[in-house]
Design a protein around this ligand. Sequence first.
Ligand code: TTP
Ligand code: MG
Length: 367
Amino acid sequence: MRIIAHIDMDAFYASIEERDTPRFHGLPLAVGADPDGGKGRGVVTTANYKAREYGIHSAMPISKAWQLSESAKRQGKPPVVFVHTEMAKYRAVSAKIMGVIRRFTPIVEEAGIDEAYSDVSLAGSWDKAEEVCRDIKREILAQERLTCSFGIGPNKLIAKIASNHHKPDGLTVVRQEQSEAFLAPLPIRVIPGIGPKTEEELARLRIRRVEDLKQYSHVELKQMLGNYGLELYEKIRGRDNSPIEQFYEVKSISEQETFEEDTCDSTFIGERLKEMCESVMRRMATEGFVGFRTAGVTVRFADFETKSRSHSLGMPGNSAATLHVEALKLLLPFLDGRENPRRKMIRLIGVKIEKLQPEADETPSLF
Ligand code: TTP
Ligand code: MG
């Protein structure tokens, strides 16, 4: 019998900040860009559960979060504590948590900075698997003073949905025979792969819950959603055979920045891009890679239209200067008439590297 656990830390970055600064304890807190008295232009990275009660969530403009904090203040509630994102700190905590999980279960897939799958089949029963997960929860709380939520199911799909079912500090067990019934009443958004756009399209057909989707055949789902429709047919019935990928690969490294003011100043944009390239290359080195084969950029215009472009290099790049040149080549058309005929101002730029080359890779670098 296969028993898979999925662990996801609660309000991860925000919980770390709250833990590390005693005067923040118990207060609503948001991690992200500087709100700058309501004029800040970036976004919220994450918020703790107290701040979520004010309606604040990941990816919300920081200025909106500030307004919500101000209106809470007017109602006599505590204002939100705003804290800058400090990735190095969160990565270090993440590594420690992964270490705890590995001490209890040997087969682990690090699925993100604050989440992991682990194969707990060897526990032999659902009850024993639950005990192991409770032990991990206790140990993380004792060692790191952080809470997490667990989902335990017959596969990765159910485990992942279950871990989000009771948050924070939850543990949800969904046995094989309960899987279909567990999924049926849930909103379709819980199924991985259904994003806001698909959700909207399906809502037009009055499909809102997983059970609504079950009335459609294989062929109908394929007509509606292409090959993903076929996958979906299996998923909504709780079926998933995907393996635990023990060797989690960093597939890309990226940075982005929202400017203080919208701009079309190419010197300024080029300078910011240079710094972002340097930071991406530093992170590449700390992740143990020696080069990249694909460089990409993202541009968001003042009206929020967002475009991405990427380019594969003939040979791996390994310096910030190379990345800067490649990124500039991709970015420049957005600063002139080629890709920006209406000369819109730019709000945000991002740079990304992919196809990362591990240290041991002996692929010849010239072709
Ligand atoms: P999540 O696990 O999605 O969120 P969370 O841990 O903050 O809260 P929850 O209790 O709901 O699990 O993401 C983990 C971390 O990843 C989060 O702390 C911050 C970061 N993150 C982003 O950088 N951008 C995002 O849009 C989201 C959702 C998360
Ligand atoms: Mg989380």
